[in-house]
Write a protein that binds this ligand. Structure first.
Ligand code: ADP
Length: 398
């Protein structure tokens, strides 16, 4: 079975075609500037075909999908002979609210339910819906599945997902913690159990997804029991440009002092804060490493603050689960920055964690970076959200 995985943003669309017999990635690509002009980079990964990297007019997502199908099936750049070889499509959908605790086959009722979740993710869900509708228009009856970022966290107990607000805001309006990056936390935790050779049902795992956006998840017996993002992906850890946890009183102070409206304040909290805001240098951790090495104290402070928050949240999840067997680092920073991993691990001494510097220096593979004697094991596991989407799609479509 060959599965097309689609991750549609407002002006971009990422895709992968995966052969599920072998889980081999056959092609991947990115459409950009949809609705502006349009550009497609398509990389075939089997058959020795060349990369296509050119402007293609994309007034809407439909032209983008049509261009993707055209390239996937073309003689020059293609990896399949016709669209009929694509058995199903798996779509990433950011927010499934409380309606979706797992992936589902898309039909009209599911589309309506995804639309009902738009108020929870006003930037993301409309783009995901546009991607699904464009795919349905271009690909007709090909079965499609929605895989939600929030679904994995639907196992959180009330004590973890409730805000201490008047109860009606939860009951009537659905204001609660939902959490994100669920597909990534699910993938790396199940891979971790495999690497440890133990059933996931017997393990307490803490997974640290650290990229441009970052979140931590406590996974007890394979189920998410707490996670650091909340009603929106703004909170929890400080991130590339997002502030993370913040006293709501700061919002009132900024509005009163500078005359900002709420959109202006949220723009600051979402786009100008995090390690970018603290350092004044960059949201990219590589730039911060370089600046800190050259003596930039604010860049060093931003890096210290990030490591401190990861250490602190991990500690709170050890308490939440009354123990931990393994801690995982994943995503851009987690997979690539040995220095950040070591800095974070300095907060794990009380757990009996010992990092093996030689293992920690390696890159790009699933690896245990703690010593064999370490009481709690620490892993680097490159995330693969697309593979989870493809696996769910394959299983649901059968
Ligand atoms: P996204 O959340 O957008 O999916 P990624 O998981 O791709 O992000 O992570 C992107 C981030 O990873 C970049 O902003 C960069 O800070 C960080 N990163 C990538 N490579 C390195 C590296 N070698 N050292 C430190 N940070 C890195």
């Amino acid at each position: 079975m060959k599965i097309l995985v689609i991750n549609a943003g407002s002006s971009s669309l990422k895709y992968q075609l995966i052969d599920m017999e072998t889980e081999q990635l056959m092609a991947k690509g990115l459409c950009e500037r949809i609705g502006i002009d349009g550009h497609l980079k398509h990389s075939p990964l089997v058959g020795g075909k060349p990369v296509f990297d050119q402007d293609v007019p994309m007034p809407t997502h439909s032209e983008a999908i049509a261009a993707v199908i055209d390239k996937l099936t073309s003689a020059e750049y293609g990896v399949v002979s016709s669209m009929a070889e694509i058995d199903a499509v798996g779509h990433r959908v950011v927010h499934g609210g409380e309606k979706f605790a797992s992936s589902v086959r898309i039909d009209d009722a599911v589309m309506a339910a995804i639309k009902e979740c738009i108020p929870f993710a006003p930037l993301h869900n409309p783009a995901n819906i546009t991607g699904i509708e464009a795919c349905r228009a271009v690909m007709g009856d090909v079965p499609m599945v929605a895989v939600f970022d929030t679904a994995f966290h639907q196992t959180m107990p009330g004590k973890a997902y409730m805000y201490a607000l008047p109860y009606d805001y939860y009951a009537k309006d659905g204001i609660r913690r939902y959490g994100f990056h669920g597909t990534s936390h699910r993938y790396v935790s199940s891979r971790c159990a495999q690497l440890m050779g133990k059933p996931i049902e017997e393990l307490k795992i803490i997974s640290c997804h650290m990229g441009n956006g970052s979140s931590i998840c406590a996974i007890n017996g394979g189920k998410s029991v707490d996670t650091s993002m909340g009603f929106t992906p703004l909170v929890g850890l400080p991130m590339g440009t997002r502030c993370g946890d913040l006293d709501a009183g700061v919002i009132q102070f900024l509005m009163n002092k500078y005359g900002y409206n709420i959109d202006e304040v949220l723009n600051i909290l979402n786009k100008k804060s995090g390690v970018l805001g603290v350092s004044g240098v960059s949201s990219d951790f590589r730039d911060l490493d370089n600046a800190a090495a050259e003596g930039n104290e604010r860049a060093a402070l931003a890096l210290e603050l990030f490591a401190y928050w990861v250490g602190k949240v991990v500690g709170s999840y050890v308490a939440a689960m009354n123990g931990v067997d393994a801690i995982i680092f994943t995503a851009g920073v987690g997979e690539n920055s040995a220095a950040m991993r070591a800095s974070i691990a300095s907060y794990f001494g009380y757990l009996g964690v010992e990092i093996d510097p030689a293992a920690n220096a390696k890159r790009g593979e699933d690896i245990m970076i703690s010593t064999a004697d370490s009481k709690v094991k620490v892993f680097v596991i490159p995330t693969n959200e697309e593979l989870v989407i493809a696996r769910d799609t394959c299983e649901i479509v059968g």
